[in-house]
Design a protein around this ligand. Structure first.
Ligand SMILES: [Zn+2]
Length: 243
């Protein structure tokens, strides 16, 4: 770690130690989706000094993104999100590697990337993509942070293959939400994105007390946070397949 890096991280090193900082620098995180959640989660992961961050998104910045996707400005409209986000994060922290992947999420793509990844951060807005993460993460035994947002509502859990329920145990059926695009209050993905980065950093640092085997529920309309215990579903077909 250079002298300037020491200075950059001087307010967090008292909390995590130099060895914790080095651990972060040696870590790789994949952020899937650089929208509302991903803008915030990847910003904090980069700021904190995670050494290698992959940004997977095949979207283009649109005007309607800007009420919540704080990575982007009006100059970015029409540009690929992964590329713009990577440039922005490189300017935030030049001491780390940022790798944009401007492609659709598929099982084969994720299977290729996942070997070099320590933790995946699910910042998606669709169920099909999450199921791909769930399957591939379990196949390769990689942890991931799940968050989802809708309106004022948000949810988050840390999934560790073999130690926690899989996503299908928690949500056996695809949620019935018919609106498209989903209504999102601007601050909801902000709150959940920060919490995702927080759990990812704790996980990379090897800390206890993760939101694993627990589901955090947030209702911004009344300022409520609630954490409920969750367990593996005895009849979960996915878990039976994995273990
Ligand atoms: Zn399961």
């Amino acid at each position: 770690m250079s002298r300037r890096e020491g200075e950059r991280y001087s307010r967090q090193i008292p909390l995590i130690g130099v060895e914790g900082q080095v651990k972060l620098k040696k870590s790789s995180v994949l952020v899937v989706g650089v929208g509302g959640l991903g803008s915030v989660a990847s910003f904090y992961l980069a700021a904190a000094g995670v050494g290698r961050i992959f940004l997977l998104d095949n979207g283009i910045v649109e005007e309607s993104n800007l009420q919540r996707q704080i990575m982007y400005t009006i100059d970015d409209i029409g540009k690929p999100k992964a590329i713009v986000a990577a440039e922005r994060l490189k300017r935030l922290n030049p001491y780390i590697d940022i790798e944009p992947i401007q492609e659709d999420l598929t099982e084969s793509l994720l299977s290729k990337i996942i070997r070099n990844i320590d933790v995946i951060v699910d910042c998606l807005d669709n169920w099909e993509g999450r199921m791909i993460i769930d399957r591939v993460a379990h196949r390769y035994g990689k942890p991931f942070i799940h968050a989802g947002v809708y309106g004022f509502y948000g949810q988050l859990t840390v999934i560790i293959p073999g130690k926690t329920p899989c996503l299908r145990c928690i949500f056996p059926k695809k949620p019935k939400i018919e609106e498209s695009p989903l209504p999102i209050f601007p601050t909801t993905p902000g709150v959940l994105g920060v919490l995702e980065a927080n759990e990812a950093l704790k996980l990379l640092l090897g800390r206890d007390n993760l939101l694993a085997n627990k589901l955090l529920i947030y209702d911004g309309s009344i300022g409520l946070f609630e954490v409920v215990e969750i367990t593996m579903g005895p009849d979960c077909p996915a878990c039976k397949e994995y273990y």
